[in-house]
Design a protein around this ligand. Structure first.
Ligand SMILES: Nc1ncnc2c1ncn2[C@@H]1O[C@H](COP(=O)(O)OP(=O)(O)O)[C@@H](O)[C@H]1O
Ligand SMILES: [Mg+2]
Length: 372
């Protein structure tokens, strides 16, 4: 048997970022060192179906398991790598996988759900755990944690969709009082700018709230970060993470909407960001604080607004615990500019995943003398 590390690349998924994920997986596959790693591809289609092994298929079809078989064990084995079929038709075999790289973005991928499944399966995986993923995905929870941490953010409010629908005029009046216009309206748990709009008055506010309410039961309304640059920092590590140079994105549209992110190529990147070195240093330190505050691990990209005036005021916008990972994505680009190339990044992430797994296993589930 080879002593190569068996890496499962989990990709695709149900989110709006399905394509980004597929492109990232392709790039990882092209760049990963075949001398060190045995790669098994695990695809999830848009309907959320996992590409499954012939055996598991039969089991599903007959609806029966052999006497004594533990259905839960079968399901978890599946994740653990036994019975998985890679896209080229070869299986992971009985040895299972050593680590999974879940290159999945958004809900059902980056929000702790898949991470929970991997925890149950007892397998190492790249990136944040259940808690960090869930906190990082929920913009309201992220903000609450960061507020407790004393990290600067724009003013905001969170409103449940049920409340908005029950009393839209009251909600609007309250928010107009507190935040004024323009405001950004967002579903609390999504990414890729899906469902996000900028409201300038009562009519666009109502339309924006209704639109965001299609995607989530909780909505975020934020004051506009006026006249700001969008600055991003890549973070890599576990308990003592490192930060990359800060980069800057200049969106092609009024704001960095879905179109500007994935359809137009006109958004400009500047690495390093066009801010003073002292400001860049503060941004990097803040990125580290944010990463540790939400208990992320492995990798994250932390996004900021930095005012274009003399003060260069910094506000945290959000953390992405599984940022886009194509070679032209900001995360790998920031590391490339900081001296870590794409292949090295993959090595580091896998190592960090295995380290974190060992660290977690180091925790006893025994109550020791309490049981005595
Ligand atoms: N409060 C704000 N002020 C100014 N621009 C904002 C604000 N919130 C969001 N934006 C713009 O909208 C984009 C998407 O918002 P973001 O919160 O990053 O959502 P997503 O998680 O979908 O990336 C940002 O990159 C930025 O261009
Ligand atoms: Mg964003």
């Amino acid at each position: 048997m080879s002593d190569r590390i068996r890496v499962g690349i989990l990709f695709g998924g149900r989110s709006a970022e399905h394509e980004v994920s597929v492109t990232s997986a392709r790039s990882v596959l092209a760049a990963i060192d075949p001398g060190k790693y045995d790669v098994i591809l695990i695809g999830i289609d848009r309907a959320g179906r996992w590409l499954e092994a012939a055996d598991a298929k039969k089991l599903l079809a007959s609806g029966r398991v052999e006497q004594g078989a533990d259905v839960r064990a079968v399901a978890l084995d599946y994740v653990g790598g036994r019975g998985l079929v890679s896209l080229d038709g070869s299986g992971a075999g009985a040895a299972g996988l050593d680590v999974i790289f879940p290159i999945l973005h958004g809900p059902f991928g980056e929000d702790g759900t898949v991470q929970g499944l991997l925890e149950l399966a007892g397998i190492a995986y790249v990136g944040a755990g259940v808690l960090g993923s869930a906190v990082g995905m929920d913009k309201d929870m992220t903000k609450r944690v960061l507020r407790a941490e004393g990290v600067p953010q724009v003013d905001y409010a969170a409103v449940l969709r049920s409340r908005w629908r029950a009393d839209p005029d009251l909600v609007r009046h309250e928010l107009e009082q507190d935040l004024g216009y323009p405001v950004f309206i967002k579903p609390a748990n999504l990414g890729s700018s899906v469902g996000i709009s900028k409201a300038h008055d009562a009519a666009t506010f109502a339309a924006g709230m209704d639109e965001a309410a299609r995607y989530d039961r909780k909505l975020i309304i934020e004051a506009n970060a006026e006249n700001c640059r969008e600055v991003e920092v890549a973070v890599l590590g576990n308990d003592d993470p490192q930060t990359s140079v800060a980069g800057e994105i200049v969106p092609a549209s009024d704001f960095y909407d879905y179109r500007a992110k994935y359809m137009d190529n006109a958004s400009e990147l500047h690495i390093p960001a066009r801010i003073r070195p002292e400001t860049a240093e503060q941004v990097r330190q803040m990125a580290r604080r944010v990463f540790l505050a939400v208990e992320a691990s492995g990798l994250s990209r932390v996004d900021f607004f930095v005012s274009r005036d003399e003060q260069e005021r910094i506000y945290v916008n959000e953390i992405n615990t599984m940022p886009g990972f194509t070679p032209i994505s900001m995360y790998p680009k920031l590391w490339a500019a900081s001296g870590v190339d794409y292949g090295q990044l993959i090595d580091r992430l896998i190592k960090l995943a295995l380290e974190r797994h060992r660290d977690r296993q180091d925790t006893t589930t025994d109550r020791g003398e309490l049981d005595a």
